[in-house]
Design a protein around this ligand. Structure first.
Ligand SMILES: Cc1cc2nc3c(=O)[nH]c(=O)nc-3n(C[C@H](O)[C@H](O)[C@H](O)COP(=O)(O)OP(=O)(O)OC[C@H]3O[C@@H](n4cnc5c(N)ncnc54)[C@H](O)[C@@H]3O)c2cc1C
Length: 549
């Protein structure tokens, strides 16, 4: 059933995006009796898992964790076939959720929101889309995603390329067959590392163009052991609750007890080997208490990984290039792989160092670096996203008081709790910058934000308020707190997308909240319990205008 618009074009809430966050927002707000409308640029639900269809795309959180918790029936009935969900499997799951909870009827697909303007007299948002539609609503909820604005390659000569090129974040739905082709992959972040082993199996020759080496750990993916699945499902409610009491929102990993400095070299080797054999990023980071806090401790883990790379990759020069050396382990998103380093032992794979010899341009027949030309039939750009702020800044978000998000965030995002922004009343973000979103299990992060927003909306409606806005002092405090928390860790040492380093000209600001899910959720709950401390409220000028029905 397609989405219906009331004759007056007015809704209680507009939701932008139909990924896991937007879908849950539809469900939750609808249950409050709100008349909601979601707009989605794609022609289906799923967000990340709709767009990123590149070969090898897979979740790096275990599938029994990376799923919704809001319905026990749903989590009991769904069967995850592998330890880590593949993109097609996760997309199938999200489509199942959309159908099971009848969410599609409130979504307009193939519709991109271009503009959102707040009117302070009526406390409403007016939203315009690229299909020429204008709608109004009391609340506007940005479920636009943190990794949803692919960073399009800006390389001179690309338009002249005679072969085909792709971005991993905008992968063709029909798939791509690289059999017999000379392929170049530009970028060795998560998407590059996941796709490279699979493309290498198809391609005649694969050239991997690497600017900096990232850390990748073995995933150790396996078919889902039935006893593990049934044991997990038997404890689902407790496990979901326990996840909120962990730094990354993922339960089931015993927390570390001591610093890497306190362990002997032999003990460390045993511990790291066990974690390497177990697979997974959280488990590895949980080897010791201080891997993300203390450089010397971190060095012990970084060096362990470098030794693994050197023993896996046969060509010493290639191995050295693959050894991460410019950031402490874990301060960039840790990657999980299957046979990534082994792939460089294949005769048809060449690693090209574009850190020291940058790309000069693209020619009709291939790619030119500072010291060589590479003949290519296809190029894959695994160059990531304008992370965390890109999707919000693509929309022209303004107020009648003359404020705009683009101007306000010119020097980096400013928010209160990563949920609201001073000066922009009734505008909520799901997993916005300065919340732990990207540093946690993101379905949990989306659920926590949507629940908080829904409770807040209920609070407003119960008291006849039509307007909520973050106070400037609360926003300033939160920004300062974010920086202080980040500065106590090693995170700011990395040139990562957490600081916008992958986007030329983007201000260098550390964007995620890294104080951990436990502390963050506690703060959000406290704010709500104190009557939404740090927010101010107002009543409506024309309440009838936006009565629920
Ligand atoms: C390759 C990849 C692997 C990942 N792996 C993991 C993982 O292992 N674990 C984990 O926790 N997280 C992972 N993530 C993060 C992932 O983004 C989240 O887990 C989650 O899917 C985010 O859901 P979301 O609804 O917040 O945003 P998204 O899934 O990004 O959805 C946002 C939606 O909003 C739409 N949209 C944006 N702007 C507009 C607009 N102006 N108008 C209309 N529609 C708009 C987009 O089209 C998109 O569909 C991964 C991300 C990527 C890219």
């Amino acid at each position: 059933m397609s989405a219906r618009t009331p004759e007056n074009g007015r809704f209680d809430a507009i939701i932008v995006g139909a990924g896991v966050g937007g879908l849950y927002a539809i469900r939750r707000l609808r249950k409050l009796g709100l008349n909601v409308r979601a707009f989605e640029a794609g022609d289906g639900v799923g967000g990340t898992w709709y767009w990123n269809r590149y070969p090898g795309c897979r979740c790096d959180v275990e599938s029994l964790e990376y799923s919704y918790s809001f319905s026990d029936e749903l989590q009991q009935e769904w069967h995850w076939p592998e330890r880590y969900g593949t993109q097609p499997e996760i997309l199938r799951y999200i489509n199942h959720v959309a159908d099971r909870f009848d969410l599609r009827r409130d979504i307009e697909f193939n519709t991109r929101v271009k503009e959102a303007v707040f009117d302070g007299k009526t406390n409403t948002w007016t939203v315009k889309t690229d299909t020429g539609k204008t709608v109004r609503a009391r609340y506007c909820i940005m479920a636009t995603g943190n990794l949803s604005t692919p960073r399009k390659p800006n390389i001179v000569g690309l338009e002249s390329f005679k072969g085909k090129w792709y971005h991993t974040g905008l992968w063709p739905h029909e798939g791509v067959d690289f059999t017999g082709l000379r392929v170049g992959v530009v970028g060795t972040g998560s998407s590059g590392v996941q796709s490279i082993p699979i493309i290498a199996e198809q391609a005649k020759h694969l050239y991997v163009f690497q600017r900096t080496a990232n850390v990748s750990l073995p995933a150790r993916n396996v078919p889902m052991p039935p006893d593990k699945e049934s044991a997990h499902k038997a404890e689902y409610p407790e496990r979901r609750r326990a996840a909120y009491d962990t730094p990354f929102g993922i339960a089931g990993y015993p927390p570390p007890m001591k610093s890497a400095r306190e362990a002997t070299q032999e003990e460390r080797l045993i511990d790291y080997e066990a974690k390497w054999a177990e697979g997974g990023s959280i488990s590895f980071l949980y080897s010791y208490t201080d891997l993300l806090l203390d450089k010397e401790s971190n060095d012990t883990a970084s060096e362990f990984v470098r030794r693994k790379i050197r023993t896996t990759v046969k060509d010493p020069k290639t191995a050295e290039l693959l050894c991460p050396s410019d950031h402490p382990i874990g301060t960039k998103r840790l990657i999980l792989d299957t046979d990534y380093y082994e792939t460089y032992n294949r005769d048809n794979v060449t690693l090209v160092d574009i850190g020291s010899k940058p790309i000069h341009g693209i020619m009709p027949t291939g790619l030119r670096t500072a010291d060589a030309d590479y003949a290519l039939d296809a190029i894959v750009f695994a160059t990531g996203f304008d992370a965390m702020t890109g999707a919000m800044k693509e929309i022209d978000i303004r107020t009648d008081a003359g404020l705009s998000i683009r101007a306000k965030w010119e020097d980096g995002p400013r928010t209160y709790l990563g949920i609201m922004i001073a000066g922009f009343a009734n505008l909520f973000m799901i997993t916005g910058p300065q919340s732990p979103g990207v540093k946690s299990q993101m379905i949990l992060a989306c659920e926590q934000h949507v629940d908080w927003i829904a409770d807040c909306v209920q609070y407003l409606r119960a008291r006849g308020f039509s307007r909520i806005e973050a106070e400037q002092e609360a926003e300033d405090y939160w920004g300062q707190h974010n920086n202080e928390v980040a500065d106590r860790t090693l995170y700011p040492l990395a040139n990562s997308w957490y600081v916008g380093a992958n986007i030329p000209g983007k201000p260098r600001v550390f964007m995620p909240y890294v104080g951990g899910v436990t502390a963050y959720k506690k703060k959000c709950d406290e704010v709500a319990a104190k009557g939404y401390e740090g927010f101010r409220f107002d009543r409506c000028v024309d309440e009838q205008l936006f009565a629920a029905k």
